[in-house]
Design a protein around this ligand. Structure first.
Ligand code: HPA
Length: 288
C-alpha cells in the first residue's frame, strides 16, 4: 500500500474504523532516528488509501501529551511517502459559543507552552519558516466543504492555545488566554504542526471540543469523575456522540483532502534553503 494521506488521531482510532467494517491491510511500527513510531495502520476505503496512527495509545490513554513522540511519528509518515496529514484533536473551549461536541477547524495557534526548542533542525542555519498560513489552506478549504452536512455544529475558525501539560490550566491562565484572543486550549497540536511544516507536509487540524476550559463556567470540583466535574454528564454525552461519528467524519472528508493538488505553500516551505544550497533534495539529510 502506498497512502499519501495520514490521520493522526487520539486513542485506538483503528478500532473505530474496524467497527465500521474496514480492515487494516497491515499495521507496522517504524523505527526512526527519534525512536519508534506509534503503530501505523494502513486502510483502503472506496479506492482511497490512508494511514492512521493514534498518538496516545492503541487501547487506552497510555501516554499524556508532553511525552508523545511527534518527531518519530512524522518521520515515519514522511518516509512512507505521506504528504498530507489530518490531525484529530480534542481541546477545551475558551468561548461559550464553542460547546462540547462542536467541531472547530482552527486557523491559527498561540504557543503558550513551556517546552524547549521543538525542531528537526537542531544546530543548523535553516528553519526560519514563515507560519502564516499555519495550516494547509487547501486542506482547510476541502475539510470545511466536506463538513457542510455533518450533524454537528462546525466553527470554521479558531485560535488554538497550546499548553505543555499534562496538568490542566488555572482559571487565571484561561482568563489570560481569552484576553490574548484564544478560542481553544490543548496540548497536542503543538509541536506537531510546527514539526510537520519543517518536513514540508500539508497539515490541517480538526478539533472537537471536549470541555469548557477552567473557570469559564461555574463547575464545582467533583473528585473522582471525568475532568473532576469540569464537564457535565450532558456535555460528556455530546462529546461521545462526536467521538462515535469520528470514522464517518473522516471518511467523508478524505476524498476532498486527497484531491487537493498541493498548489499551496506547504511543499516549498524550505525553498529558500534549497535554493541557497543549505539543504538537498533528500529530506532525510535536513533533519537532526
Ligand atoms: N486544557 C488543556 N488541554 C485540554 C483541555 C483543557 O481544558 N481539554 C482537553 N485538552
Amino acid at each position: 500500500m502506498n497512502p499519501k494521506i495520514a490521520i493522526i488521531a487520539r486513542v485506538g482510532a483503528h478500532k473505530a474504523f474496524e467497527a465500521k467494517g474496514l480492515k487494516p491491510g497491515k499495521t507496522e511500527v517504524f523505527s526512526t532516528p527519534y525512536g519508534d513510531s506509534r503503530p501505523i495502520h494502513f486502510f483502503r476505503h472506496n479506492g482511497l488509501e490512508f494511514a492512521l496512527l493514534s498518538r496516545h495509545g492503541e487501547a487506552g490513554y497510555d501516554l499524556s501529551a508532553p511525552f508523545l513522540n511527534p518527531k518519530a511519528n512524522l518521520y515515519a509518515l514522511k518516509s512512507l511517502g505521506i504528504d498530507k496529514i489530518l490531525a484529530w484533536v480534542a481541546p477545551g473551549s475558551l468561548r461559550e459559543e464553542m460547546a462540547p461536541g462542536d467541531l472547530v477547524v482552527p486557523h491559527d495557534v498561540l504557543d503558550e507552552g513551556r517546552g524547549g526548542p521543538q525542531t528537526f533542525f537542531t544546530g543548523v542555519g535553516w528553519g526560519f519558516i514563515r507560519h502564516n498560513p499555519l495550516f494547509c489552506p487547501e486542506m482547510r478549504a476541502g475539510l470545511l466543504e466536506a463538513l457542510q452536512n455533518v450533524p454537528f455544529k462546525v466553527h470554521p475558525q479558531g485560535v488554538y492555545v497550546a499548553t505543555t501539560g499534562p496538568r490542566l490550566e488555572t482559571a487565571a491562565e484561561i482568563k489570560k488566554f481569552r484576553l490574548l484572543g484564544g478560542d481553544l486550549v490543548g496540548q497536542t497540536l503543538v509541536p506537531e504542526v510546527f514539526l510537520a511544516r519543517e518536513l514540508e507536509l500539508c497539515y490541517v487540524g480538526l478539533t472537537y471540543v471536549v470541555n469548557y476550559a477552567e473557570g469559564l463556567l461555574h463547575r464545582p470540583y467533583q473528585p473522582g469523575v471525568l475532568f473532576e466535574g469540569l464537564a457535565t454528564p450532558e456535555e460528556v454525552a455530546q462529546v461521545a456522540a462526536v467521538e462515535t461519528a469520528f470514522p464517518e467524519i473522516i471518511l467523508k472528508a478524505l476524498p476532498a483532502l486527497a484531491a487537493a493538488p498541493r498548489a499551496c505553500p506547504c511543499p516549498r516551505l524550505l525553498e529558500r534553503y534549497r535554493l541557497r544550497g543549505d539543504i538537498g533534495e533528500d529530506w532525510r539529510t535536513w533533519v537532526r
